[in-house]
Every structure is written in C-alpha cells, then in structure tokens.
Write a protein that binds this ligand. Structure first.
Ligand SMILES: Nc1ncnc2c1ncn2[C@@H]1O[C@H](COP(=O)(O)OP(=O)(O)OP(=O)(O)O)[C@@H](O)[C@H]1O
Ligand SMILES: [Mg+2]
Length: 263
C-alpha cells in the first residue's frame, strides 16, 4: 500500500508525536516505521502491547543486519513490535552513529515499505538534510509531509527546504498550531509557503497540545481520545489517507476547509 514520509527541516516541531498520533487513528491497517537516522524514540516512550517495555534493539537494527543481500516487504514484519493499542511499529536506530554503517539501507528500505502488502506505512524520517542517502527512501513515498511550528525561524527553514526538494513525490505541509488561533495560523503559513512557487498537495494543521502529547506516551483512554491532539490528528489522518488512496493531479494549494476558527 502507500508509503507516507513524515519529516521536518530543522528544530523538533513534533514529527514523532504526530507520527504516533496518526498511527493511532489511521483509518486503515498501518505500520509506524522509525526511519530517523538520528535514532528512534518510540521504544523508550511507549509501552508494549502487554504493558511491558519494547525492545529498542529489535527493529531497524535487526532488519539492517539481515537485509544486506536483499530486502523483501514480507521480511519487515519479522522486525516489528506491537505497542499498547495494537499499533505495529518498526523501532528505529538506538543512536545516530549507527546510521553511518547503514547508508546502503535507505533505498531498499523505501522500496520495501512502499510495497508492503496490506498496510500503509507512516515513516518518521526526522530532520531532512543531514543524511543525503535518506533521499533514496523519500523518493519511494507517495507523499512527503513536512511538519513545522508557526514561528518565523521554523517557517523560514521550511521555505528553503521546499525550494530544494525534488518535484516528486508530492509534498504537503502541517503546521503545529496553537488551538486558539488555529485556522489563522495555518492560513499565515500557507501564504508564506505559497510564495515559494512550489506546488503543494495541502497546507494543514495539528493542534499544539502539550497535555495531549504527554497523554500519548501512556495508556490510550477517553481523555486522550478527546484531546485536541487526537481530534486534529483524526482530521489530518483522514485527509492524508484519502490523498494517497486517490492521487489526483496537484493544482496549486487547496485552502483549509473553513469550518470555524477552532479545531
Ligand atoms: N502537537 C504537540 N503539542 C504540544 N507539544 C508537542 C507536540 N508535538 C510534540 N510536542 C513536544 O515537543 C517535543 C518534541 O516532540 P517530538 O519528539 O515529537 O519532536 P520531533 O520533531 O520528532 O523531534 P526530533 O527531531 O528530535 O526527533 C516533545 O517534548 C513533545 O512532547
Ligand atoms: Mg522525532
């Protein structure tokens, strides 16, 4: 099914948090793959399905050790683990230095993830730019989603990134926005990134919600389900899933639906 790359240019806008929230509410079977060359966080942040701890060494590291002679999509699930709530994850590297020995992995991994039978893949690729070979993975995606905070420095770096990214695959932007000025913040960022002249699939939002982000690290429950983070993740996830299942020619930048000022 589809590979969707989630990434950022600079800073830590909340890619891993967004990836976890999207994985939790994704409307189809999904695998959350930590492909951040700087190392993964999920095994340290989230409980395993049985309430125990995840094994940080089982994931990209074990996959890399066995995939030298070729990597088939069916092999991926030999290295995944289930987190609480039942979501399948491929845990990332345990530290950034490991990426130096795995530069060959990103291309074959991208091809395997993009052709996984029966599940979409959300790949958390962290910050783009530091590892040129990661482009071999992002090239295999149906969609690249760039996350940003709304601050001037974050948006300035995002603009630069958009200008140097290849025309394919298509790119969408998600602003981690204050719920009190949700629609206006997204619209402001939209105006700035449109100035790059680059076609974008969409400019959308996800709530800045520290309580929701904290709750996401523990047991799924009603409070988390009602949080702004999860409510806005549902809206975003529905849009992303629809985008990759029915790709259409991209003409300019669709404006957010104006369904009120608050998410
Ligand atoms: N939507 C959000 N609302 C509020 N706080 C958030 C949100 N997303 C992330 N955070 C907080 O921001 C910090 C960084 O989040 P996260 O690890 O998801 O960012 P990242 O972009 O993946 O960073 P890195 O590049 O280091 O991997 C964490 O403390 C997290 O709780
Ligand atoms: Mg991260």
């Amino acid at each position: 099914m589809a590979l969707i790359v989630l990434a950022a240019d600079k800073g830590a806008p909340g890619v891993t948090t967004a990836a976890t929230a999207l994985g939790a509410i994704w409307p189809r079977p999904v695998l959350l793959a930590e492909c951040d060359p700087a190392g993964g966080d999920l095994a340290y942040r989230l409980p395993a399905a049985d309430g125990g701890v995840l094994n940080p060494a089982r994931g990209l590291l074990t996959l890399g050790a066995t995939a030298r002679r070729g990597l088939h999509p069916e092999q991926i699930h030999e290295h995944t683990q289930k987190i609480i709530g039942g979501l399948d994850i491929l845990a990332g590297l345990t530290h950034g230095e490991q990426a130096a020995g795995l530069t060959w992995l990103w291309g074959p991994l991208g091809r395997a993830l993009a052709t996984m039978p029966g599940a979409d893949v959300l790949a958390d690729c962290g910050r783009l730019g530091g590892h040129p070979q990661l482009a071999e993975l992002t090239a295999e995606a149906s969609l690249v989603v760039l996350f940003t905070r709304a601050s001037l420095d974050h948006v300035a770096h995002l603009r630069e990134r958009l200008q140097i990214m290849p025309r394919e695959p298509q790119v969408g932007v998600v602003v981690i926005a204050d719920p009190r000025q949700y629609r206006t913040t997204i619209e402001e960022v939209r105006r700035i990134v449109v100035g790059t002249g680059r076609n974008l699939a969409f400019v959308s939002g996800l709530a800045h919600d520290p309580k929701g982000a904290e709750l996401l690290r523990g047991q799924w429950g009603g409070r988390l389900d009602r949080s702004l983070l999860i409510r806005t993740a549902r809206e975003l996830g529905g849009r992303l899933a629809a985008q990759v299942s029915a790709p259409e020619p991209v003409m300019g930048v669709p404006v957010e639906p104006s369904s009120g000022a608050r998410p």
